[in-house]
Write a protein of this length. Structure first.
Ligand code: SF4
Length: 197
């Protein structure tokens, strides 16, 4: 699959604005609850999140390619290790909790480029999908502890998911892409050296 980055540029610009909107909405909800995502042993960067858009893939890849070469090499080696450890853990059949290769010393090396779920995870949310009952997520364990007894704040992920789906669809149409994507950050990173997506 080849992709002309000029086709992707306007979609990546809009993605950046969408991320800003998500961050602002998340901040408002976190402030309401007095939630501090800090000092947590159950780090969400240990969660095996899958990401589903070419758009987020490209945005993360741009950030990765702008890193110094030694950092790229280091992260690439970590990503290889994560993939190996994940395969071994899958064989064992236990829970998979392996640190994301972009997390160093508790910090995301591409924080401004992190995917949507990394931005939205943690705070209690709701999701309104057509023809389905409203789905509600309680937030992470630390959130539930800190927000106990607080008045409910409506943190609705629906507009963000909707806009993301529209942007992804627009990008695929503009670039003539028909493939689906389902990748972890580690799986993305090991393909970032390939010349074309
Ligand atoms: S991309 Fe960044 S925020 Fe997301 S899981 Fe990896 S280290 Fe954590």
């Amino acid at each position: 699959m080849t992709l002309n980055m000029a086709d992707a540029a306007p979609f990546l610009d809009r993605l950046k604005r969408l991320y800003d909107e998500m961050d602002a909405a998340y901040r408002a909800a976190a402030e309401h609850y007095g939630f501090q995502c800090d000092g947590c042993t159950d780090n969400c960067c240990l969660t095996r999140f899958h990401h589903h858009t070419h758009l987020e893939y490209l945005y993360l890849r741009e950030g990765f390619r702008a890193m110094p070469m030694d950092a790229q090499t280091e992260v690439r080696a970590l990503a290889d290790a994560v993939i190996r450890e994940t395969a071994a853990a899958e064989k064992e059949g236990g829970e998979i909790r392996i640190m994301c290769p972009l997390n160093t010393g508790g910090r995301c090396r591409l924080y401004s480029r992190r995917p949507m779920i990394c931005r939205l995870h943690g705070v209690a949310h709701e999701l309104h999908l057509p023809g389905r009952p409203v789905s509600r997520g309680p937030g992470c364990a630390l959130f539930m502890q800190q927000a106990e007894g607080a008045e409910y704040f409506r943190f609705d992920r629906t507009p963000f998911y909707r806009e993301m789906a529209m942007l992804e669809s627009g990008l695929k149409q503009a670039a003539g892409l028909s493939t689906k994507l389902k990748m972890t950050v580690a799986e993305m990173i090991v393909t970032f050296e390939e010349p074309a997506l």
